[in-house]
Design a protein around this ligand. Structure first.
Ligand code: SF4
Ligand code: SF4
Length: 304
Protein backbone atom coordinates (compact mmCIF):
# COMPACT_ATOMS: atom_id res chain seq x y z
CA UNK A 1 0.00 0.00 0.00
CA UNK A 2 2.81 2.38 0.90
CA UNK A 3 4.45 1.63 -2.46
CA UNK A 4 1.23 2.44 -4.30
CA UNK A 5 0.96 5.71 -2.39
CA UNK A 6 4.55 6.67 -3.30
CA UNK A 7 3.94 5.70 -6.94
CA UNK A 8 0.73 7.76 -7.02
CA UNK A 9 2.43 10.77 -5.44
CA UNK A 10 5.05 10.60 -8.18
CA UNK A 11 2.92 9.82 -11.23
CA UNK A 12 -0.60 11.12 -10.54
CA UNK A 13 -1.76 13.40 -13.36
CA UNK A 14 -1.66 17.08 -12.49
CA UNK A 15 -4.59 19.39 -13.20
CA UNK A 16 -2.68 20.72 -16.20
CA UNK A 17 -2.19 17.24 -17.66
CA UNK A 18 -5.91 16.55 -17.30
CA UNK A 19 -6.78 19.88 -18.95
CA UNK A 20 -4.33 19.14 -21.80
CA UNK A 21 -5.94 15.72 -22.36
CA UNK A 22 -9.46 17.18 -22.26
CA UNK A 23 -8.50 20.01 -24.63
CA UNK A 24 -6.92 17.60 -27.12
CA UNK A 25 -10.03 15.39 -27.06
CA UNK A 26 -12.43 18.33 -27.36
CA UNK A 27 -10.56 19.78 -30.34
CA UNK A 28 -10.45 16.29 -31.89
CA UNK A 29 -13.87 15.00 -30.91
CA UNK A 30 -14.57 13.38 -34.31
CA UNK A 31 -12.55 10.25 -33.50
CA UNK A 32 -14.62 8.20 -35.92
CA UNK A 33 -12.93 10.22 -38.69
CA UNK A 34 -9.86 7.96 -38.28
CA UNK A 35 -12.01 4.87 -38.90
CA UNK A 36 -13.65 6.52 -41.93
CA UNK A 37 -10.42 8.04 -43.31
CA UNK A 38 -12.27 11.33 -43.94
CA UNK A 39 -11.95 14.95 -42.78
CA UNK A 40 -14.85 16.28 -40.70
CA UNK A 41 -16.66 19.06 -42.61
CA UNK A 42 -19.39 20.08 -40.14
CA UNK A 43 -20.28 23.68 -39.23
CA UNK A 44 -17.82 23.89 -36.34
CA UNK A 45 -15.00 23.67 -38.90
CA UNK A 46 -15.64 27.34 -39.67
CA UNK A 47 -14.45 28.27 -36.16
CA UNK A 48 -10.78 28.36 -35.09
CA UNK A 49 -9.65 26.42 -32.04
CA UNK A 50 -7.02 28.18 -29.88
CA UNK A 51 -4.12 25.70 -30.28
CA UNK A 52 -2.10 24.27 -33.17
CA UNK A 53 -4.32 21.43 -34.41
CA UNK A 54 -4.36 20.54 -38.10
CA UNK A 55 -7.60 21.23 -39.98
CA UNK A 56 -6.99 18.04 -42.00
CA UNK A 57 -6.74 15.76 -38.98
CA UNK A 58 -9.67 13.33 -39.45
CA UNK A 59 -10.69 13.91 -35.81
CA UNK A 60 -10.46 17.75 -35.85
CA UNK A 61 -13.77 19.55 -35.30
CA UNK A 62 -12.37 23.07 -35.69
CA UNK A 63 -9.90 25.00 -37.83
CA UNK A 64 -6.26 25.61 -36.91
CA UNK A 65 -5.80 29.37 -36.31
CA UNK A 66 -2.41 29.35 -38.03
CA UNK A 67 -3.74 27.62 -41.15
CA UNK A 68 -6.77 29.94 -41.15
CA UNK A 69 -4.47 32.99 -40.83
CA UNK A 70 -2.34 31.95 -43.81
CA UNK A 71 -5.39 31.19 -45.94
CA UNK A 72 -7.04 34.48 -44.97
CA UNK A 73 -3.86 36.48 -45.76
CA UNK A 74 -3.60 34.68 -49.12
CA UNK A 75 -6.95 36.09 -50.18
CA UNK A 76 -6.78 39.37 -48.24
CA UNK A 77 -6.67 41.42 -51.47
CA UNK A 78 -10.27 40.30 -52.10
CA UNK A 79 -11.47 39.91 -48.51
CA UNK A 80 -9.73 41.45 -45.47
CA UNK A 81 -8.62 38.90 -42.86
CA UNK A 82 -10.47 40.65 -40.01
CA UNK A 83 -12.21 37.53 -38.67
CA UNK A 84 -9.12 35.37 -38.22
CA UNK A 85 -6.87 38.18 -36.98
CA UNK A 86 -9.60 39.32 -34.58
CA UNK A 87 -10.14 35.81 -33.22
CA UNK A 88 -6.41 35.18 -32.72
CA UNK A 89 -6.11 38.56 -30.99
CA UNK A 90 -9.03 37.66 -28.73
CA UNK A 91 -7.41 34.34 -27.80
CA UNK A 92 -4.16 36.20 -27.14
CA UNK A 93 -5.79 38.92 -25.03
CA UNK A 94 -7.68 36.40 -22.91
CA UNK A 95 -5.13 33.63 -22.47
CA UNK A 96 -1.83 34.55 -24.20
CA UNK A 97 0.65 31.68 -24.04
CA UNK A 98 -1.46 29.86 -21.47
CA UNK A 99 -2.88 28.34 -24.67
CA UNK A 100 0.56 26.80 -25.37
CA UNK A 101 0.88 25.41 -21.86
CA UNK A 102 -2.66 24.20 -21.26
CA UNK A 103 -4.70 23.87 -24.49
CA UNK A 104 -2.43 23.15 -27.47
CA UNK A 105 -2.66 19.49 -28.57
CA UNK A 106 0.72 19.60 -30.32
CA UNK A 107 2.33 21.12 -27.22
CA UNK A 108 0.94 18.21 -25.22
CA UNK A 109 2.28 15.68 -27.75
CA UNK A 110 5.73 17.27 -27.40
CA UNK A 111 5.59 16.91 -23.61
CA UNK A 112 4.68 13.23 -23.98
CA UNK A 113 7.63 12.72 -26.36
CA UNK A 114 9.96 14.30 -23.80
CA UNK A 115 8.98 11.56 -21.33
CA UNK A 116 10.75 9.00 -23.54
CA UNK A 117 14.01 7.81 -21.98
CA UNK A 118 17.23 9.37 -23.21
CA UNK A 119 19.65 12.19 -22.44
CA UNK A 120 17.96 15.57 -22.05
CA UNK A 121 19.45 18.82 -23.34
CA UNK A 122 18.76 21.59 -20.89
CA UNK A 123 18.12 25.24 -21.71
CA UNK A 124 21.12 27.45 -22.26
CA UNK A 125 22.16 30.63 -24.04
CA UNK A 126 22.08 28.63 -27.27
CA UNK A 127 18.45 27.51 -26.82
CA UNK A 128 17.50 31.05 -25.79
CA UNK A 129 19.04 32.33 -29.04
CA UNK A 130 17.24 29.59 -31.01
CA UNK A 131 13.92 30.71 -29.49
CA UNK A 132 14.04 33.78 -31.76
CA UNK A 133 13.80 31.60 -34.90
CA UNK A 134 10.04 31.22 -34.51
CA UNK A 135 9.53 34.96 -35.11
CA UNK A 136 11.35 34.62 -38.44
CA UNK A 137 9.25 31.56 -39.33
CA UNK A 138 6.11 33.54 -38.43
CA UNK A 139 7.13 36.51 -40.56
CA UNK A 140 8.30 34.56 -43.62
CA UNK A 141 6.09 31.45 -43.78
CA UNK A 142 2.89 32.55 -42.06
CA UNK A 143 2.67 36.18 -43.21
CA UNK A 144 4.98 37.28 -46.08
CA UNK A 145 4.72 34.19 -48.32
CA UNK A 146 0.93 33.81 -48.00
CA UNK A 147 0.54 37.55 -48.74
CA UNK A 148 2.97 37.33 -51.65
CA UNK A 149 1.29 34.32 -53.22
CA UNK A 150 -2.06 35.99 -52.67
CA UNK A 151 -0.92 39.02 -54.68
CA UNK A 152 0.31 36.74 -57.48
CA UNK A 153 -3.06 34.95 -57.40
CA UNK A 154 -1.77 31.63 -56.07
CA UNK A 155 -3.13 31.50 -52.51
CA UNK A 156 -0.86 29.35 -50.41
CA UNK A 157 -0.50 28.57 -46.68
CA UNK A 158 3.32 28.32 -46.88
CA UNK A 159 3.95 27.15 -43.30
CA UNK A 160 1.34 24.38 -43.63
CA UNK A 161 2.62 23.39 -47.05
CA UNK A 162 6.37 23.32 -46.43
CA UNK A 163 6.95 22.91 -42.68
CA UNK A 164 4.14 22.09 -40.25
CA UNK A 165 4.97 18.76 -38.54
CA UNK A 166 1.58 18.83 -36.76
CA UNK A 167 -0.08 18.80 -40.17
CA UNK A 168 2.08 15.89 -41.34
CA UNK A 169 1.41 13.90 -38.18
CA UNK A 170 -2.26 14.66 -37.57
CA UNK A 171 -3.46 15.47 -41.07
CA UNK A 172 -1.40 13.63 -43.69
CA UNK A 173 -0.54 10.55 -41.64
CA UNK A 174 -4.07 10.43 -40.16
CA UNK A 175 -5.53 10.17 -43.66
CA UNK A 176 -2.81 8.14 -45.37
CA UNK A 177 -2.95 5.16 -43.01
CA UNK A 178 -6.57 4.48 -43.98
CA UNK A 179 -6.91 1.72 -46.61
CA UNK A 180 -9.54 3.70 -48.52
CA UNK A 181 -6.95 6.41 -49.24
CA UNK A 182 -4.51 4.23 -51.20
CA UNK A 183 -4.94 6.64 -54.12
CA UNK A 184 -3.57 9.49 -52.00
CA UNK A 185 -0.48 7.45 -51.11
CA UNK A 186 0.34 6.92 -54.79
CA UNK A 187 0.39 10.71 -55.28
CA UNK A 188 3.06 11.42 -52.68
CA UNK A 189 6.09 13.24 -54.00
CA UNK A 190 9.24 15.09 -52.93
CA UNK A 191 7.29 17.65 -50.91
CA UNK A 192 5.83 14.92 -48.71
CA UNK A 193 9.34 13.44 -48.27
CA UNK A 194 10.55 16.86 -47.10
CA UNK A 195 7.66 17.18 -44.64
CA UNK A 196 8.12 13.62 -43.39
CA UNK A 197 11.81 14.41 -42.76
CA UNK A 198 10.81 17.55 -40.81
CA UNK A 199 8.37 15.47 -38.76
CA UNK A 200 11.02 12.83 -37.94
CA UNK A 201 13.48 15.60 -37.01
CA UNK A 202 10.86 17.29 -34.81
CA UNK A 203 9.85 14.08 -33.03
CA UNK A 204 13.50 13.16 -32.42
CA UNK A 205 14.34 16.65 -31.16
CA UNK A 206 11.37 16.61 -28.78
CA UNK A 207 12.62 13.41 -27.13
CA UNK A 208 15.85 15.19 -26.15
CA UNK A 209 14.76 18.83 -25.89
CA UNK A 210 11.69 19.91 -23.92
CA UNK A 211 9.03 21.26 -26.37
CA UNK A 212 11.64 21.79 -29.09
CA UNK A 213 9.13 22.74 -31.80
CA UNK A 214 7.19 25.03 -29.45
CA UNK A 215 10.32 26.85 -28.27
CA UNK A 216 12.17 27.28 -31.56
CA UNK A 217 9.77 27.01 -34.52
CA UNK A 218 6.07 27.46 -33.70
CA UNK A 219 4.70 30.66 -35.28
CA UNK A 220 1.50 30.42 -33.23
CA UNK A 221 3.52 30.49 -30.01
CA UNK A 222 5.35 33.51 -31.47
CA UNK A 223 2.00 35.27 -32.02
CA UNK A 224 0.69 34.49 -28.54
CA UNK A 225 4.00 35.58 -26.95
CA UNK A 226 3.22 39.12 -28.17
CA UNK A 227 0.34 39.13 -25.66
CA UNK A 228 2.40 37.91 -22.69
CA UNK A 229 2.35 41.23 -20.86
CA UNK A 230 -1.30 42.08 -21.43
CA UNK A 231 -3.23 38.78 -21.43
CA UNK A 232 -6.02 38.60 -18.87
CA UNK A 233 -4.96 35.19 -17.57
CA UNK A 234 -1.47 34.01 -16.79
CA UNK A 235 1.20 33.46 -14.22
CA UNK A 236 1.94 36.39 -11.91
CA UNK A 237 4.72 37.12 -9.41
CA UNK A 238 3.98 39.15 -6.30
CA UNK A 239 6.94 41.54 -6.54
CA UNK A 240 6.68 42.65 -2.90
CA UNK A 241 7.06 39.04 -1.72
CA UNK A 242 9.66 37.78 -4.24
CA UNK A 243 13.17 37.51 -2.75
CA UNK A 244 14.83 37.19 -6.15
CA UNK A 245 16.23 33.73 -5.36
CA UNK A 246 15.76 32.63 -9.00
CA UNK A 247 14.47 29.12 -8.15
CA UNK A 248 11.53 29.64 -10.52
CA UNK A 249 13.66 30.44 -13.57
CA UNK A 250 16.20 27.70 -12.79
CA UNK A 251 13.44 25.08 -12.45
CA UNK A 252 11.62 26.15 -15.63
CA UNK A 253 12.43 24.13 -18.76
CA UNK A 254 11.40 26.92 -21.15
CA UNK A 255 13.83 29.68 -22.20
CA UNK A 256 12.49 32.23 -19.73
CA UNK A 257 14.58 35.01 -18.24
CA UNK A 258 11.78 35.72 -15.81
CA UNK A 259 8.39 34.23 -14.98
CA UNK A 260 5.74 35.45 -17.42
CA UNK A 261 8.05 36.70 -20.17
CA UNK A 262 7.65 35.92 -23.89
CA UNK A 263 8.93 32.35 -23.52
CA UNK A 264 6.76 31.48 -20.50
CA UNK A 265 3.89 29.14 -21.35
CA UNK A 266 2.20 29.82 -17.99
CA UNK A 267 2.23 26.13 -17.09
CA UNK A 268 2.40 27.04 -13.40
CA UNK A 269 5.02 24.42 -12.57
CA UNK A 270 7.11 27.06 -10.83
CA UNK A 271 4.28 27.86 -8.39
CA UNK A 272 5.22 25.00 -6.08
CA UNK A 273 8.99 25.65 -6.09
CA UNK A 274 8.82 29.28 -4.96
CA UNK A 275 9.99 29.39 -1.32
CA UNK A 276 8.19 32.71 -0.79
CA UNK A 277 4.87 31.56 -2.29
CA UNK A 278 5.02 34.58 -4.59
CA UNK A 279 3.78 32.90 -7.79
CA UNK A 280 0.20 32.24 -8.85
CA UNK A 281 -1.86 31.82 -12.00
CA UNK A 282 -4.60 34.39 -12.20
CA UNK A 283 -7.43 35.43 -14.47
CA UNK A 284 -7.93 39.04 -13.50
CA UNK A 285 -8.34 38.91 -9.72
CA UNK A 286 -9.34 35.25 -9.65
CA UNK A 287 -6.58 32.90 -8.44
CA UNK A 288 -6.64 29.76 -10.62
CA UNK A 289 -3.52 28.23 -9.12
CA UNK A 290 -1.49 29.49 -6.21
CA UNK A 291 0.37 28.21 -3.18
CA UNK A 292 -2.96 27.71 -1.46
CA UNK A 293 -4.81 26.14 -4.41
CA UNK A 294 -1.99 24.38 -6.29
CA UNK A 295 -0.84 20.78 -6.22
CA UNK A 296 2.03 20.02 -3.91
CA UNK A 297 5.46 19.69 -5.41
CA UNK A 298 6.17 16.20 -6.71
CA UNK A 299 8.88 14.26 -4.93
CA UNK A 300 11.03 14.23 -8.11
CA UNK A 301 10.89 18.01 -8.77
CA UNK A 302 14.32 19.46 -8.11
CA UNK A 303 14.87 23.04 -7.02
CA UNK A 304 18.17 24.08 -8.59
S1 SF4 B 1 11.17 31.42 -6.79
FE1 SF4 B 1 9.72 32.91 -5.91
S2 SF4 B 1 11.02 34.16 -4.56
FE2 SF4 B 1 12.41 33.06 -5.95
S3 SF4 B 1 12.72 34.53 -7.66
FE3 SF4 B 1 11.03 33.15 -8.24
S4 SF4 B 1 9.18 34.27 -7.61
FE4 SF4 B 1 10.89 35.23 -6.54
S1 SF4 C 1 8.20 30.38 -15.77
FE1 SF4 C 1 6.85 29.04 -14.56
S2 SF4 C 1 4.85 29.21 -15.55
FE2 SF4 C 1 6.37 30.02 -17.01
S3 SF4 C 1 6.88 28.26 -18.31
FE3 SF4 C 1 8.40 28.33 -16.64
S4 SF4 C 1 7.57 26.94 -15.05
FE4 SF4 C 1 5.89 27.43 -16.48
Amino acid sequence: MAKIRIWWAKYRPTTRKLVQLAAALLQNANLKGFAEGKIYTGQTKAVCVPGLNCYSCPAAVGACPLGALQNALSVSAQRPAFYVIGLIALFGLLLGRMICGWLCPFGWIQELLYKAPGPKIRKSRVTRALSWIKYGVLAVFAVILPLWYGITKFPMPAFCKYICPAGTLEGAAGLLIHPANAGLRSMLGELFSLKAAILVLTVTACVFVYRAFCRFICPLGAVYSLFSRIALAGVRVEASVCSGCGACVRTCRMDVLRVGDRECIHCGECVSVCPEKAISIRAGKLVLKGPETGERRRPDTKIA
